[in-house]
Design a protein around this ligand. Structure first.
Ligand code: MRU
Length: 350
């Protein structure tokens, strides 16, 4: 069985505390939207799709306990809580997209009923559907990605990925890691390489853990080893996830993705982004408009709570960077199919 970042039953939500992995597997309860905001902001749950689902489900569990005097009061509560949730982390667009969809569903349902319980049930059902839709989308991303990569492959593929985009970052299966899983399940994966992903170590703590758990042949490299790895011809393609893709294909993803794309272009290694269409923000013309989250300096200066950096040094700790569309040479793999990065605006036509 795959790892589960999110456990949900009606009225009950738990997330696997990713700050403790891989040493301890501890599920923590999320009882309301304040808990939801906190587990997202502290990165106990992380990864663009997982953030969106946990945010919306935290509202669902809160609603299952709360009492409202009228449909208008419930609607105002839903709007207010969603506005608060989207402030938890700014770069990934998925929570904003999901919050907009949930608010719109609530408005539609409110037009059709004056029954508070019925409205509450509609909002809860809408949030619950996000969980199952995400797994289906990720499986489709995996299949499209594997079809595309294997179309021209002469032999087994060695794929390099960055950060964590697997079951722990989503409702299940994963995006870029989903592509690696699909290639592996077809018996065509030579090896996955994953980077450590400094400073939060999503690669060594989370992706490595998932790859071992799934019994996928895999090797961990430090972030600065990727140029040597590609120079030696040991990587056939790079596949990463996305936190937000702008209309021109520029893509924000975990810090270090941009330099990986520069190195891949230098060595003529195809570079792919794998992401659900909910990560595409057609409202932003280019990556220059994507807000980049800066995390606390302590997350860079310390590792697992132990200070490594010299006292007195200043730190710059951006959590994401933007890879320009022209460096995404392989294309963008979505649940609807694979597109050249510059054509990502056509995703709805697929
Ligand atoms: O800071 P994180 O761990 O939330 O960053 C995660 C990433 O950058 C992932 O690559 C991205 O969210 C895609 S997850 C399917």
């Amino acid at each position: 069985m795959s790892l589960e970042a999110i456990r949900y039953a009606p009225g009950r939500l738990e997330v696997l505390d990713q700050l403790l992995l891989p040493r301890q597997s501890v599920y923590i309860p999320v009882r309301d939207t304040d808990d939801g905001w906190r587990v997202i902001n502290t990165m106990q749950v992380r990864g663009a799709p997982a953030i969106a689902i946990v945010g919306c489900l935290s509202l669902a569990v809160e609603l299952s306990r709360a009492k409202f005097a009228s449909v208008d009061e419930l609607l105002a509560h839903v709007r207010g809580r969603l506005q608060h949730l989207v402030t938890s982390r700014p770069t990934a667009v998925n929570l904003q997209t999901a919050a907009r969809a949930l608010a719109a569903a609530a408005e539609r349902a409110a037009e059709a009923t004056t029954d508070v319980d019925q409205l509450r049930d509609s909002v809860v059902t809408e949030a619950e559907q996000m969980l199952s839709a995400d797994v289906a989308d990720n499986r489709a991303i995996g299949e499209h990605g594997a079809d595309h990569l294997l179309r021209t492959a002469a032999g087994p593929l060695a794929l390099l990925t960055h950060c964590n985009t697997g079951s722990l970052a989503t409702a299940g299966y994963g995006t870029a890691l989903g592509v690696i899983r699909s290639v592996h399940s077809r018996g065509r994966l030579a090896r996955a390489f994953c980077t450590e992903t400094r400073p939060y170590m999503q690669g060594s703590r989370l992706t490595a853990y998932e790859l071992v758990h799934e019994q996928i042949p895999a090797t961990l490299v430090c972030d600065s080893a990727v140029a040597a790895l590609m120079r030696d011809g040991r990587v056939h393609a790079v596949v990463v996830g996305a936190d937000r893709v702008a209309a021109n294909g520029d893509t924000a993803n975990k810090i270090g993705t941009y330099q990986l794309a520069v190195v891949a272009a230098h060595h003529s290694v195809p570079f792919y982004v794998a992401a659900p269409s909910t990560s595409i923000d057609l409202g932003l013309a280019s990556g220059a408009e994507i807000p980049i989250e800066e995390r606390p300096a302590a997350e860079l200066l310390c590792v697992a709570g132990h200070r490594l950096a010299a006292d007195g040094i200043a730190a710059w700790n951006p959590a994401f960077d933007v890879t320009p569309s022209n460096l995404i040479t392989g294309g963008i793999i979505t649940e609807k199919g694979v597109l050249p990065a510059a054509d990502v605006g056509r995703v709805a036509d697929l």
